[in-house]
Design a protein around this ligand. Structure first.
Ligand code: GLU
Length: 483
């Protein structure tokens, strides 16, 4: 199905302090649609339900989305022709439409107390009938309403829901329908004067001329009451698309994710925004080609993304796949770029301070690039920055009857006046090995343990080059002294 033009899409996050990964995916898909079609992407803050420090919670959402490289055309921080873009600042607008519905008889005031509603629900449960509001207040006379008001009751406003089928063509899922008779007259304005999400959303989507409402599958059930509101107000209904539901690996709901839920947490763990975008793009979409290169950047996505290839099936948030994509992305970076991105992680690990040598860090980056699944894994390479603890027992185990001290001194003597480069080091050390009559394992493992404090490191000679002459000689001397 063709997208209605102009493409005008929106994302309406609640101010949660950071962007939720589900919001990030919806934002990405909306962003791609808008950019592909020369359309407009609006960010609206859905804050009618929040009591928290909204300003901070809102900037946190922006930070998360911007870290991913996603930007919007209109929004609370940008302004635009449909301002204000915070729902909490639009209450008079919502009230105007509630009034219109009351006057046209499409909505009515409901004076039922929470206790009365609860009793009604319980009775329905017991009678095993559908649970929905009975519509009791639909038929109150003006005099009855006056009386209730005088008794101090503050009403909510409910929409009159017709007993008919409500359906829509979902751009991802095809035709979806529900039975209006099961919905019951629902509240559109709470007694505190705040509209419910479904009401505020319809008013805003209409006034902001949104042509495509595209969001997660958890909102399919909201679409039916929203359509009823569009119809009651005589507004044109936008196109809808609902993306796959995101699940945790144990198939529980992503919204109840126990691990990392927010984009910022992934940034802190050392995932690259490019990898995150790449991963999120494939959570509910695939290019629909036989052979798929799953490594895609924003330009690839702009070229390939389409609603036709979005999936209706659930998408599992597979962290192993994210790790795989992230490692690939780390390998794609220019070493100087990787070095820059490693700086905060190195500082956090206490390996460097504010005064660091970016050229040296670039060499470090080249050395470890192939071995980094995430940026925070740089802490495993502490020996490139700090003096390691020498595991003498381990070295003795490797060497058995060999004279470790003599071996290390021979390496020092053979290398200390060399230009400090991988190739030169390799030639000299291999020659020393032959002279000593040691096995490769005996010498290389001893050097690795003495220089890195462990048995695993990137290739020995390039590691030595990066650690630097002075520190290598010092470490070898220290180890020799201990043997
Ligand atoms: N505030 C809703 C959410 O956070 C927005 C839903 C919508 O896009 O209509 O999921």
């Amino acid at each position: 199905m063709e997208l209605r033009k102009p493409v005008r899409v929106r994302m309406a996050p609640s101010p949660t302090g950071d962007a939720h990964v589900g919001h990030a995916r919806t934002t990405l898909y909306n962003y791609l649609l808008a950019r592909q079609h020369g359309g407009t992407f609006i960010l609206r803050i859905d804050d009618t339900d929040t009591k928290r420090n909204v300003e901070e919670a809102e900037t946190g959402v922006y930070r998360g989305l911007r870290w991913l490289g996603l930007d919007w055309d209109e929004g609370p921080d940008k302004g635009g022709p449909h301002a204000p873009y915070r729902q909490s600042e639009r209450l008079p607008i919502y009230h105007k439409y509630v009034k219109q519905l009351l006057e046209s008889g499409k909505a009515y005031e409901c004076f039922c107390t929470p206790e009365e509603l609860e009793a009604e629900r319980e009775a329905q449960q017991e009678a095993k009938v559908d649970i929905k509001y009975s519509g009791k207040c639909r038929h109150l006379t003006e005099a009855e309403r006056e009386e209730l008001r005088a008794a101090g009751r503050v009403p909510t406003v409910r929409l009159k829901v017709p007993d008919k089928k409500i359906g829509f063509h979902d751009l991802v899922r095809g035709w979806i329908e529900a039975d209006g008779s099961l919905i019951g007259d629902f509240i559109i304005l709470k007694s505190n004067g705040i509209p419910v999400y479904n009401f505020a959303t319809v008013i805003d989507d209409h006034l902001m001329q949104i042509n495509q409402v595209t969001r997660g599958a958890e909102h399919i059930s909201n679409t039916f009451p929203q359509i009823l509101i569009y119809q009651a107000l005589g507004f044109e209904i936008p196109q809808f698309a609902h993306f796959s539901l995101m699940l945790n690996e144990d198939r529980s709901k992503m919204s109840k994710r126990k691990g990392a839920t927010f984009v910022g947490q992934y940034a802190e763990m050392g995932y690259l925004p490019e990898a995150m975008i790449n991963f999120l793009a494939f959570l509910g979409w695939s290019p629909g080609e036989e052979v798929v290169d799953e490594i895609m950047d924003m330009d690839d996505l702009l070229e390939k993304f389409s609603l036709e290839h979005c999936s209706a099936s659930n998408a599992v948030f597979d962290i192993k796949k994210l790790d795989w994509i992230n490692a690939k992305w780390i390998r794609r970076l220019e070493p100087a770029d990787l070095a820059q991105r490693l700086v905060p992680f190195l500082q956090k690990a206490g390996f460097i301070g504010d005064d660091y040598d970016l050229d040296h860090l670039t060499k470090v980056a080249s050395l470890i690039q192939e071995r980094l699944p995430r940026l925070d894994a740089v802490r495993d390479f502490h020996y490139l920055f700090l003096e390691p603890e020498v595991p003498t027992t381990e070295i003795k185990k490797v060497l058995k009857d060999k004279d470790g001290q003599a071996g290390l001194q021979a390496v020092i003597a053979a290398t200390e006046s060399l230009p400090w480069q991988e190739a030169e080091l390799e030639t000299a050390i291999r020659q020393t090995q032959a002279e000593l009559g040691w096995s490769t394992k005996e010498l290389f493992m001893t050097l690795r343990l003495a220089l890195c404090g462990g048995k695993v490191s990137p290739p020995l000679f390039s590691t030595m080059e990066v650690i630097g002459k002075e520190r290598v000689i010092r470490r070898l001397q220290a180890a020799a002294a201990l043997l």
